[in-house]
Ligand binder design. Structure first.
Ligand SMILES: [Zn+2]
Ligand SMILES: [Zn+2]
Length: 348
């Protein structure tokens, strides 16, 4: 089968031909119909995020059709449309039995620690494959399995409740999903904090209160717009100590700031005046959980989470096209997502 692999850190991905994986009794083989190209993939290619081995087939946002089913897999049949939860986990450790598989000691991420979706076929444990309703195109089924799933996890970790207000720091892929998902909770006011004019306009067109962080301190702007109250929940999706601190400071009493963006910087907080007094919480968010996927699928099926066709760009399973898409991620300012749709050549 055709795959596109990372063979050397810092170099372009290359085309390769490998054998179709043999499945075990608990696995399924999926014929990939769509694989999202993600910022993380650009980081693996550049060596910014570490991977385990080379060569490696990248790609962790995957949807397709079940081709073969292991004898122990009972919830799927050949021909089923599926999307893939990217964290492969043991299922038996102290964390897995509590359905907290992101802490599984032997957890392996698809497309990082094991071969991923820049391929015609992929083998995954049956437990990682979720039925994808016919109403959801494969392309959407693929891209919702990363940033949208994590945005939902962030709202869940914040214990976001109907009527609550939320401040979303950063309006990239995570923020775009977070805004729509917040609505599924029947939220109150949504503030989107950005410096990019196109993203501010996009957030406003989706009904958010756009806060231009270039014009004045965003904390002051949020306080003013909320009559001094502040927000109930803040999501930091950028990965900067400055915006993390702003996410804490814009909270009202009993507010929760969930930190999703990654940074190696330190953040300073004055415990008494900034946390204790208001009983606010700072919550870390890492990935998302298999138990959250069914709700995500339902939000998408029912149209509450939407990716309009004009925001999806398709490339073939071809190293040249994929490298160009990864290069273009650096300066993308819109919400266009590139998805690999392999042209059908292989028969098993
Ligand atoms: Zn991703
Ligand atoms: Zn485990």
């Amino acid at each position: 089968m055709r795959v596109v692999q990372l063979t050397e850190i810092g170099k372009a991905l290359t085309n390769a031909d490998v054998t179709v994986p043999e499945i075990g009794s608990s696995d399924v083989l999926i014929r990939i119909a769509a694989a999202g190209i993600c910022h993380s993939d650009a980081h693996y290619r550049a060596g910014i995020s570490k991977i385990d081995r080379l060569p490696l087939t990248l790609g962790h946002e995957i949807a397709g059709r079940v081709e073969k089913v292991g004898t122990d897999v009972t919830h799927l049949s050949a021909g089923d449309r599926v999307c893939v939860h990217y964290l492969v986990h043991c299922g038996t450790c102290e964390f897995c039995v509590r359905e907290l598989e992101q802490f599984c000691r032997s957890g392996r991420m698809i497309g990082k620690h094991r071969d991923g979706g820049y391929a015609e076929f992929i083998k995954v444990p049956g437990a990682n494959a979720f039925l994808l309703p016919d109403e959801i195109p494969f392309e959407v089924g693929a891209i919702m399995m990363c940033s949208s799933a994590t945005a939902l996890h962030a709202l869940n970790k914040a214990r976001f409740k109907p009527g609550e207000s939320v401040a979303i720091f950063g309006f990239g892929g995570l923020g775009f999903s977070a805004l729509q998902l917040a609505r599924t909770f029947d939220c109150g006011d949504v503030y989107v904090i950005e410096i990019n004019p196109a993203k501010l306009a996009s957030a406003a067109s989706m009904g958010a209160i756009a806060i231009d962080a270039r014009s004045a301190d965003p904390v002051d702007q949020i306080k003013e717009a909320s009559a001094g109250k502040g927000v109930d929940v803040a999501l930091e999706l950028i990965g900067s100590a400055k915006t993390m601190r702003q996410a804490v400071l814009c909270l009202g009493p009993l507010g929760r700031a969930t930190l999703v963006g990654l940074t190696v910087e330190s953040m300073s907080i004055h415990p008494y005046t900034e946390l204790i007094n208001k009983e606010v919480e700072i919550i870390g968010v890492s990935d998302h959980l298999a138990t959250e996927i069914p709700a995500l699928i339902e939000f998408t099926r029912s149209g509450k989470l939407r990716f309009s066709p004009e925001t999806l760009r398709v490339v073939d399973l071809n190293a040249g096209q994929i490298n160009a898409a990864l290069d273009a991620l650096h300066d993308s300012i819109d919400h266009v997502r590139t998805v690999i749709v392999p042209s059908c050549t292989s028969d098993l």
